[in-house]
Design a protein around this ligand. Structure first.
Ligand SMILES: [Cu+2]
Length: 118
């Protein structure tokens, strides 16, 4: 196979791989368990949320404060800025049982919480 042909099949393979990741992501989001979470006075309410193991999770976050916040979790590998008064969905992959801490990166001292997966 010529180099240019090899390159174009590699590009095609990469494109196919990207499409299948996107499709899997969408299917996961549809089967996700939804958890409501509020952010108020620079704190999460409730501070602890729960979800079943091995199930994709959609955290429906509502920021009731007058400033933006940034939901972040190192163990869940998510990070999302939510505007003042705004809503966001944080999609989390299926997780093994455990405690996964999260925080607001703009107010790390007060705004801490955990997702407990059982
Ligand atoms: Cu961040």
């Amino acid at each position: 196979m010529s180099l240019s042909r090899m390159l174009s099949s590699a590009t095609l393979l990469a494109a196919v791989a990207l499409v299948s990741v996107a499709v899997t992501g969408a299917a996961d989001a549809e089967n996700a368990v939804e958890i409501q979470l509020s952010y108020k006075d620079r704190k999460f309410d409730p501070a602890e949320i729960g979800a079943p193991a091995n199930t994709p999770i959609a955290i429906k976050l509502r920021n009731l404060d007058a400033g933006a916040m940034e939901f972040e979790s190192k163990t869940l590998h998510v990070e999302k800025v939510v505007a003042a008064g705004g809503d966001a969905t944080i999609n989390v992959r299926a997780q093994k049982p455990g405690r996964y801490e999260f925080f607001d990166e703009y107010n790390e001292k007060t705004a801490r919480g955990a997702l407990v997966v059982k």
